[in-house]
Structure formats: structure tokens, C-alpha cells
Write a protein that binds this ligand. Sequence first.
Ligand code: URQ
Ligand code: ZN
Ligand code: ZN
Length: 479
Amino acid sequence: MSLLIRGGTVVNADRSFRADVLCRDGLIAAIGESLDAPADTRVIDAGGQYVMPGGIDPHTHMQLPFMGTVTSEDFYSGTAAGLAGGTTMIIDFVIPNPGQRVMEAYRQWREWAEKSVADYAFHVAITWWDDTVSADMESLVREHGINSFKHFMAYKGAIMADDEILVNSFSKAGELGAIVTVHAENGELVYRLQQKIFDMGITGPEGHPLSRPPQVEGEAANRAIRIAEVLGVPIYLVHTSCRQALDAIIRARNEGQRVYGEVLAGHLLIDDSVYRNKDFEFAAAHVMSPPYRPKGHKTDLWHGLQSGNLQTTATDHCCFCADQKAMGRSDFRMIPNGTAGVENRMEVLWEHGVNTGRLTMSEFVAVTSTNAAKIFNIYPRKGSISVGADADIVVWDPEASKTISAKTHFQKIDFNIFEGMAVRGTASHTVSQGKVVYADGKLDVRRGAGRYVERPPFAAYYDAIRRRLEHERPVPVRR
Ligand code: URQ
Ligand code: ZN
Ligand code: ZN
């Protein structure tokens, strides 16, 4: 069965143009004006609509065991919810417990993800260090298509990576041609401030942002960036939430360092007033790290996106329902950290990015799909409407309006951080591997249809970094 998307305007990160798109055998087979529909072809009338690369959410946590519970969203329901919002691929996280063989954790997450209905990949977290971790990193890069390793600088006593782990892991990643990513919050400071705030008698969700001020993120962001600079590895900062972290990214990028920044849809649109809401359930539902910030940071983050200093948008989709969040009713430190968003990312960014003029349509495509594909080395297979690319496509109706609500979303969580938000512009059809999987507000997915996407290491990055370091610093650099 072929699929012809007729009469639309193709929008790629570099340009937009009027063209039909023919999909066959899971790939884009032809792009052009007035394409014929071969026999047994399904036709979508895309008149007045945009035909864009399916979204890539580079930061999700489906069925994550965390803080004594497991997220309510699994790989089946989470990838389905993503498709309903135009996201056709996620990059999730393998997070070994400290001391757990990294390869064992990887196999566990691969098993969990087999139920996915859309394509997926993994960043692998390095939460401890010994020779087996080093060996498993090598095997993951060389044999299993992993090219990015995550480091949580927060969560002391759980999965926190201290400087010794950072230096060992960043060095190994550099040898392997992989990119390092970090959750940049100083875990020691968070631990101390949590204790201080709690001992002052502040036990509710309002204590959460007080224990992780922007300076705590700014310090860790700069430290991680500088460690990466000395070791000559490219670095990607996940969920950049504040001016202090953005400043660290901008300074390093202006010095020619290979640093990338991600921003969450939530941090662009929600501020810290949510934590002062008297309703525990409402405030606790917004507990995630880094926390939502005072209003001014949102403006800086939008400027970061518009200026190109932040390259990708994500959701950090990590769902905990009210009964799970209630684990911290008497102690904010026990509230499982995480919020949802995989279904709404693209529509809220279109509403507040494109409809406001902050972003062009092509910039929207870049920050919701193409840049993530390029940074994580799966472009142009993903992130482009081009012949030979995977037929992962969203047909976007710029005039379709809706109001976001937990009452109507597909996400498996009883809360929506964008509850009540009116948006104009949503996915009318989502195509995954050349099959229409979402249309007319209904999902048509098959459990297990999602594929694991292997991502090769980055020879080009390392070659450029090595040459720059040799050029700028006499110190001999690893060949
Ligand atoms: O830190 C993360 O990215 C995971 C554990 C999700 N939770 C969160 O609060 N961001
Ligand atoms: Zn994080
Ligand atoms: Zn996360």
C-alpha cells in the first residue's frame, strides 16, 4: 500500500515549498508537483496544510522506575500519545542503578521498549564507574548503535554522577566518538538546600524550587561544559531551564566549543507560581527538576531558541499520577519528580512560537525535529522530508483549534501541565513508517510496530574538535 499526501506545502528546516509527497515501503519515494497516485494508494488531501518531518522528542522517560515508584506511562501508551501530537520518534534513557552492569540495564530497557508503536532510541546514563562500565560503553557504541551518554549531576544518593564519574565517562565517550549529555544541577547543593528548607518547616511543594535555585543549575552547567572542553568532547545540556545555564552555553559556544542546549516546552511556558498554589495536587503535579522558574527566565529561553543558542525542544515526559505524587504529601523531597508533555509539545510550540512570530515554520521544524536528528546523527533518515528518508510525517492543519485537557489527552496521566491552553494549529494526520497512524482525532497503531533506531558515532565532530584543539593548544591531543 502506498500513501500520497496531495496538495500540501512541504516545510523542511531549510525551506518550504508546494509539493505532493508519495510514500512507499515505509520511505518517502517521491516529492513533486501533481504526482500520480499508483493503484492501491491511499490519498490524504493536504490542501491548506503543512507537510513536515515528524517530531523527534529527544528526552522522554517511559515506564521509568524512579523515587520508589514507576512512571504511569509505558512505551506503548507514551509513543502512541506522541503520535497523536505529531511526534514520530522519541529518544528515551537507559538508567542503570549504581553498581548495575550497564549492558544489563540496556537489555532491560530494550525489552520494555519492544511494545512501542513508533520508532525510538536511547541515551545511556552513566551512574557509576569501573572497568566494566568502560567496556560496556565501548560495546554499546560499536555494536548497539548508542552514540550518547547521559550524566545526572543531581539526585545525590541515587543516580548522581560526581566529577570522578564525569571525567572518566567523558574521556571514554571521547575515545568512542560519542556525545555526552548532562542534567546540570549541583546535587550536593540541592541536598544541602533541601535539608535546610525542610528543617525550616517548609515541607510542601513550595519547597521544591527553593531547594534548586537557578544558580545551582548555572554552576553545574558551567562545570560540565568546562570538563567537556578540557577533554575535547561535544556536550549537550538537557532541559536548560534558566538564564544562568543558558549564559554558560552561550559563552562556551561563542568561544567555539561544541555545546548544544535543549529546552522543554514546559520551561518555555510555565513559571514558578504553580508551586505557590494552595492545592497540593496542583502544585505537586508540577514538581520536576529543574523546577519551573520565575517568569523572566522564560523570555531568556525563548531568546535562546530564537538565537540558535538552544537547538532542540523536548518534554522530559516522565508521568506520575496524583496518588504517586502524594508520596511527598508531608515532605516535598519525596514527591516523584516529573511531568508530561509528549503529546502537546508541537502544538504548544506552534501556538507560542509560530503564531506569535517568534519562530518561522522552518525554525519550528528545526527545533522540533531536524536539529535533534542532526545532533544525534540520524539525519536525513529522520528530520527531513526528502526522498529516501523514513516516511515519518506530520500533516499540520494551521487552522485547527483545540483546548488542551487531561480529559481528552491520550497520555496516561491524570494531569496536564498545559490544561486549558487554547492552541490553533495541530496535527490532522500523523504518518509513521509510511502508515497513517493518527487521523480525525483517532489513533490507529500497532503494538510493537516501533523500531529501535541505531545511531552511529560522530567521526566528524571529533575530527573537527581534534583539529581545533591542536590548532589552539600545543598540548598533544589523543589521535
Ligand atoms: O531528571 C530527569 O530528567 C528525570 C528523572 C525526570 N524527572 C524530572 O524531574 N526531570
Ligand atoms: Zn533531568
Ligand atoms: Zn529527564
